[in-house]
Write a protein of this length. Structure first.
Length: 259
């Protein structure tokens, strides 16, 4: 598939997806959403790719959200089944996805980051859900994810005022995992991705799926049902499940095969 609004690079088992509409601060329109749906479908289906990083082109923006100028000019608005940027409604991907936020992450851009498993933010990163200022609401997951990730009162404070939050405050609030110097968001995200790939990909997928499914039910139910989760069953049936203890006993690095 020819990519017009994004770029994809692979470094070993790591896929780097760059939102590439820098002329509009990487804001996204319908065609970009459908393109990114396919990009992340391919990542999810590729057994050789274990972790994804999503970032923005240029040094000013991760993603400014919905392309309002496109919409105001009569452009069709909408996205495929996996939501904004092919991510905000993607609930079936058990592989880790990291947001490398290198500038503004506004509206849908912040919602993309919140849909990722980790957020690495450059010092110049800025986050907000400013939809109420233009008569909209953050319905691509932001209104649900932010309260779950930082607590109700803190989230209400951001959402109802539509105020901007810097990277440092984002770290203090708890939705940013690490703040790095300006220009180093991608390298910081790669460092986290490389740490993840030292672990069994089967164990990582089982862990992510267990967390996600467990948060939707009571603690008692989660513990009772966790061994029936598909990714947990796949882990137990995998070669990695044998290789890990064997490598430990032989005092050598494990050779993960991811199946």
């Amino acid at each position: 598939m020819e990519l017009k609004f994004s770029k994809v690079e692979r470094k070993g088992p790591i896929t780097i997806v760059t939102l590439s509409r820098p002329e509009v601060y990487n804001a996204l329109h319908t065609d970009a959403h459908f393109e990114l749906q396919k990009v992340f479908d391919d990542f999810a289906a590729d057994p050789e790719q274990w972790v994804a990083i999503v970032t923005g082109a240029g040094d000013k923006a991760f993603c400014a959200g919905n392309d309002l100028k496109w919409q105001a000019a009569g452009g069709k608005r909408g996205w495929d089944k996996s939501g904004f940027a092919g991510l905000t409604a993607r609930f079936d991907c058990d592989k880790p996805i990291i947001a490398a936020v290198n500038g503004v992450a506004m509206g849908g851009g912040f919602e993309i980051a919140l849909a990722c498993d980790l957020i690495i933010a450059a010092e110049n990163a800025t986050f907000a859900l400013p939809e109420p200022r233009v008569g909209l609401a953050a319905l691509a997951g932001g209104l649900h994810r932010l309260p779950r990730q930082i607590g109700l009162k803190r989230a209400m404070g951001m959402i109802l005022t539509a105020r901007h939050v810097g990277a440092k405050e984002g770290f203090e609030l708890g939705f940013v995992n690490e703040v790095v110097p300006q220009g180093e968001a991608l390298s910081g995200a790669l460092r986290w991705a490389e740490m993840i790939t030292k672990n069994s990909p089967m164990s990582i997928r089982a862990s992510k799926q267990t967390i996600q499914k467990g948060l939707a039910v009571s603690l008692e139910q989660a513990i009772a049902e966790q061994r029936d989760y598909p990714a947990v069953k796949a882990m137990v049936a995998s070669q990695d499940y044998i290789e890990g203890p064997k490598a430990f006993s032989e005092k050598r690095p494990p050779k993960w095969v991811g199946k």
